[in-house]
Design a protein around this ligand. Structure first.
Ligand SMILES: NC(=O)c1ccc[n+]([C@@H]2O[C@H](COP(=O)([O-])OP(=O)(O)OC[C@H]3O[C@@H](n4cnc5c(N)ncnc54)[C@H](O)[C@@H]3O)[C@@H](O)[C@H]2O)c1
Ligand SMILES: O=P(O)(O)OC[C@H](O)CO
Length: 337
């Protein structure tokens, strides 16, 4: 297994920047690509990214540029840290610049609208690489907490165990503990589905509901993501791990979660447009993934009632209170049917 020392992070948003810090604190040489030249300059010259992680000092070994060719030169691993729905377009622009043997690391948690592909499937298609060259990062990783150096674990999923190990070696440090996993399907579905469930938990909070409701949504959310995973060949154990329960608990309960916050605004009566405006341009993936995951599930005959409800609230104008009442009014069933 070759040691990974030179890493490029494409995307300087919240998680891209926090993950770059993880790598820098693990002793790697990191070059970030930022879409806005002023963000690149601030990272390079002042070791700050005040637009996304105000007050966080970045390691001196992180540099940044707005030129993707410069960023990718000599990279042994390339971290893709852009939103799910723009990954295809972003990567199409970069694919000719990727060093051929570089391990591609996916941070995005979503399912592509239209194609219904997971992120590693989009990467394999656009970068024309074997799936063993793609490592998926998932788990309870709220960017701000990680950037503050608060302890957290993550999963690095790859069909090629050596490549997962290489990124594990490159990223573990005093506060970040990554585990390897070979269940790419389960880890990606967990990461995408939990965003939708976090929307529902936020919505419940916005409606003034308490902990029993949150726990019910988390647990039944877990049941519906596990049903989808089973149909797509995921390992059921994955959903009991960091990419399943772990990420659900973090995202569904933290006020730092963009998805939970978005749902809370809808629950309080804001419109989709008002909630979108309040994100300040940061991505709440569940708002789009509720539609793609619902379509994926429907095509496979998998029942995902909470995801369906979130789609109808976000995109069909259904009132959150009515969506809640309809969820409760469905026909009675066995817990595991
Ligand atoms: N923030 C977190 O705590 C966190 C943790 C784990 C996973 N993730 C996932 O990582 C992915 C990236 O999240 P983030 O928090 O860094 O998002 P963000 O919204 O904070 O940043 C997105 C970055 O992508 C760039 N970008 C490039 N092309 C873009 C385009 N066409 N439209 C919009 N942005 C574009 C933006 O400039 C920005 O630097 C998401 O899928 C998210 O679910 C986020
Ligand atoms: O802020 P959110 O809702 O995008 O969630 C961030 C991470 O995915 C938590 O693991």
């Amino acid at each position: 297994m070759a040691e990974v020392q030179r890493v490029t992070v494409l995307g300087a948003g919240s998680w891209g920047t926090a993950f770059a810090k993880v790598l820098g604190d693990a002793g790697r040489d990191v070059t970030m690509w930022a879409r806005r030249p002023e963000v690149a300059a601030e990272i390079r010259e002042r070791h700050l990214n005040s637009s996304y992680l105000p007050g966080i000092e970045l390691p001196e070994r992180i540099t940044a540029t707005a030129d993707p060719a410069e960023a990718l030169d000599g990279a042994q691993a390339v971290v893709l840290a852009v939103p799910s729905q723009t990954l295809r377009t972003n990567l199409s622009e970069w694919s000719g610049l990727l060093p051929p043997d570089a391990i591609l690391v996916s941070l995005a948690k979503g399912v592509e609208l239209g194609t219904l592909k997971r992120m590693s499937e989009v990467i394999a298609e656009i970068a024309r690489v074997d799936d063993g060259q793609i490592v998926v990062v998932s788990g309870p990783n709220l960017a701000k907490e990680i950037a503050l150096g608060q302890p957290a674990a993550a999963v690095l999923a790859c069909t090629d165990h050596d490549n997962a190990k290489a990124i594990q070696q490159a990223s573990f440090n005093q506060y970040f503990r990554p585990y390897t996993n070979t269940d790419v399907v389960g880890c990606e579905l967990g990461g995408a589905c939990k965003n939708v469930i976090a929307l529902s938990c936020g919505m419940a909070a916005g409606l003034g509901l308490g902990t029993n409701t949150t726990a019910t949504l988390i647990t039944r959310g877990l049941a519906e993501m596990a049903r989808l995973g089973a149909k797509l060949g995921a390992d059921p154990l994955t959903f009991a791990g960091l990419a399943g329960v772990g990420d659900l608990v973090a995202t569904c309960s933290s006020p730092l979660s963009r998805n939970r916050t978005f749902g809370e605004r809808l629950g309080r009566g804001e419109t989709l447009e008002q909630a979108l405006a309040a994100t300040g341009g940061q991505v709440a993936e569940g708002v789009k993934s509720c539609t793609s995951i619902r379509e994926l599930a429907m095509g496979l005959g998998v029942d995902m009632p909470i995801t369906d409800a979130m789609h109808r609230v976000c995109h069909e104008g259904v009132d959150p209170r009515r969506a809640g009442a309809e969820l409760l009014g469905r026909s009675q069933k066995h817990e595991w049917s």
